[in-house]
Design a protein around this ligand. Sequence first.
Ligand code: 4AD
Ligand code: MG
Length: 465
Amino acid sequence: QVESVDSLLKSTGREGSETRIQGWIRTRRDSKAGLSFLAVHDGSCFDPIQVVVEANISNYETEVLRLTTGCAVDIVGTIKPSEGKGQSIELLASEVHVVGWVEDPDTYPMSPKRHTMEHLREHAHLRPRTNVSGAVARVRNCIAQAIHRFFHENGFLYVHTPIITASDCEGAGEMFRVSTLDLENLPRTDKGEIDYKRDFFGEETFLTVSGQLNVESYCLALSKVYTFGPTFRAENSNTTRHLAEFWMVEPEIAFADLADVADLSEKMLKYVFKAVLEERPDDMAFFAQRIDKEAISRLENIIDNDFARINYSDAIEILENCKEKFEFPVSWGIDLASEHERYLAEKHFKKPVIVMNYPKDIKAFYMRMNDDGKTVAAMDVLAPGIGEIIGGSQREERLDKLDQRMDEMDIPKEHLDWYRDLRRYGTVPHAGFGLGFDRIVSYVTGMGNIRDVIPFPRTPKNVTF
Ligand code: 4AD
Ligand code: MG
């Protein structure tokens, strides 16, 4: 019976009994007294288990003394109280079976020393073995599970929306092309036939930038829904918060307005942060110690306090009247730059702030027009240290107003007739938002670069793995 390191370390009162573990060597230390200490991890928790191996084991000289970082092992041993600091128990090995050796330990890229993030990115396939990437993977999983649980507990239905689509939800022209409509230059096979493998059945298609339009259709039948999937943006931005492929969580509620989704966003974030603190104290302690000393206190503060809420126009006033020197000038009508967002959250409010009612000209066609005719019912949740983590809005449920916006913005109606149908047949006020999943992982862990919180980052010129 194989046991995880996590369950072994959490168990109590089992000293003297036997167990078996499987995992990888993090370090080996040999003492002069003729015994070795192995730190073995299996990814189930932050800490490795210490395994003591005495020289009387049959393969001690031939194998145990040759173990290096990364070797895979299967160990049977007796649980003992630990004399070392930090852990209460250790294993005294009776059998050490080597499952996989590390060929050429001298050049193994994940040697136990501390590596730069750049080095880890270059070895994205090996980095989950490190402390830091392992902790990120566990916290990322915890957040994903908490999000599903939150929506499930609140009566939301999980809907799968398509990845390949013809519609540009955000209208920002940031779609990666899957297939072309260029009839003269259609990709052809050697035999001269149209190569549908490269052309998606002769339709012009792209990778989705958001599942929102599709999820709206399910919202207007099932009331409370969300989608959670990969989304793509063909923006050539080399920043610490942009990916070309990222994951987005998009809830949508019927019979709801902007204030309702602002409330939902705050409730969801608090729920998720609480879950992380409760379920991953080991990994969060590591982030607080090694990556960002406020990693834990920041989440605790958020859970205990209300988010700030402010209108865009008032946010502009704050920015215009503050002493901060910005690279991009501030005036009513601008899209907030990252430096503005961060000023508001970090320096002015010192907590997350929900900015609402943005100028219509900087927002997408589907957002509901406010009575002032100048602003739309949009909201962004800005967090200290990272800026925008959520973007959402109340949707334009009135067909005439929606059509007017589409005309003004030159959005071809023929592709979105199905979306317009939703306003023709039993339309209701509805609203939703999109949470950048990778941004929230970055925020929670304090990892400064979004490339270090997604397993295989897709950024300009980075598709090897
Ligand atoms: O603000 P965005 O573009 O909103 C939408 O796509 C809406 N359709 C969502 C909705 O209302 N259902 O994106 C939502 C969030 C942003 O707040 C940000 O956190 C994240 O997605 N995001 C990115 N994350 C990583 N890399 C990128 N290139 C991102 N672009 C947006
Ligand atoms: Mg946005």
